[in-house]
Design a protein around this ligand. Sequence first.
Ligand code: ATP
Ligand code: MG
Length: 227
Amino acid sequence: MIHLINVTKTYSELKALDDVSFEIQPKEMVFIVGPSGAGKSTVMRLLYREERPTSGQVFVSNVDVSRLSHSQTPILRRRMGIVFQDFKLLPNKTAFENIAYPLFAIGMDQNEINKRVHGALKVVSLTNKANDFPKNLSGGEQQRVGIARAIVQGPSLLLADEPTGNLDPITSMEIFQLLDRINQRGTTVLVATHNQQVVDQMKKRVISLSNGKVASDEKIGTYTTQV
Ligand SMILES: Nc1ncnc2c1ncn2[C@@H]1O[C@H](COP(=O)(O)OP(=O)(O)OP(=O)(O)O)[C@@H](O)[C@H]1O
Ligand SMILES: [Mg+2]
């Protein structure tokens, strides 16, 4: 599903990623951890082709995404869902409309949109808030809308960069349990996070970055695992 081969990303003098290689199989759920500045978001941005590596290759579903032209990136992003720390919801649209937005953008017909959005709302348990605007939702609810929007096209890969960075511990745990359920439905899930407690509890594979390098990669890891 994901394969990074000797990836280096340099910003002027600074090596944000330094010869990083790892592979993630379809249907895995994996955490990327590491101190601030370790390169977690850089990995994410390379995967959704917001950035290109300075050297090395980044494969998503056997496509070298670093070779995609700008006009080809929407096709890549249709097959992946992206969840952000700050939710990135449109404030003047309801939960329903936010989730429907990517479907409108590709010109799907209204009946199909309704069906898919209701399905996504059900997954995140927000059917009763469909017509609410983001400002009337709690942080956790807003992130659940963000997750529903990310899965509404049925992506095979879900990327989440610090999805609980703005949420309290109990709400964070709920969000991680939701991501786990989405993984169990067959979606590959990659989460960059600082949330040590959740990582330690969930007993998933943990890739730990330090100064742009893979410091450890444990099948059932904890946040504090270091080589
Ligand atoms: N656009 C950019 N221009 C210059 N330097 C950058 C840019 N983006 C990231 N960096 C640098 O690359 C390094 C890795 O950044 P990255 O955002 O990947 O870290 P991170 O692990 O996600 O950190 P955090 O936990 O704080 O989110 C940092 O030193 C950062 O300052
Ligand atoms: Mg980051």
